[in-house]
Design a binder for this molecule. Structure first.
Ligand code: GLN
Length: 195
């Protein structure tokens, strides 16, 4: 499987390592042509305003939008913000392909980052050690968006809408490969459906 990793800014190298460990081929995406022939795409965490600005500068917004409309795409943290349709009053380039509303930096200054043991729907083997860094939260889900994980107070932090996956935390920063394997499963099913 050829999996693109948007490599404009943020934690893309860690995602590449995880993909390699699972036997997929990671390819860095910086220009529209880099999307050709990919079976899936990961948009990493980082700073969504920077990722959005660079994507706009490189003419990537519309090609990424087209890609994500039909091909499995997973956004983590800043990547989740980039996929969302509604990011409130912030003005920054986004893809707006996923029927979720998110709130950026939702845990506030006092709790910049934290870790939680998170049960995730569809992941066997116990809770996932989730690392949140200036993380967004999902404040609304619409249409056929499914909640995969929420914190104990009900705050939604992982969602899926058909071939689109979004997580507020950083699964590439722990050794746990299960979410990457889950995403590769989505990609595999999409390839099988297309045949
Ligand atoms: N706070 C960042 C943003 O708004 C996201 C942080 C992250 O990706 N770890 O884009």
């Amino acid at each position: 499987m050829n999996i693109g990793v948007l490599a404009l800014q943020g934690a893309f190298i860690e995602h590449e390592k995880m993909l390699r460990r699972l036997g997929a081929r990671p390819l860095q995406v910086r220009l529209p042509d880099d999307l050709l022939g990919l079976d899936g795409l990961i948009i990493p965490g980082g700073e969504s305003t920077t990722i959005g600005k660079l994507a706009a500068d490189y003419g990537l917004i519309e090609p990424l939008r087209q890609f994500a409309r039909s091909t499995p795409t997973w956004g983590t943290c800043a990547g989740m913000i980039f996929l969302a349709k509604d990011i409130g009053n912030d003005r920054q380039p986004i893809l707006g392909v996923m029927d979720i509303a998110v709130s950026r930096n939702a845990f506030g200054r006092q709790v910049d980052s934290f870790e939680a043991e998170l049960p995730i729907r569809g992941l066997a083997g116990g809770p996932f050690h989730a690392v949140f860094i200036r993380a967004p939260i999902v404040t609304r889900t619409e249409a056929d968006v499914e909640t995969l994980a929420a914190l104990e107070d009900g705050t939604i932090v992982a969602v899926q809408q058909r071939h689109l996956l979004a997580t507020a935390f950083h699964p590439e920063l722990t050794g746990d490969e299960r979410l990457h394997a889950y995403f590769l499963g989505m990609v595999q099913r999409k390839i099988a459906d297309a045949k």
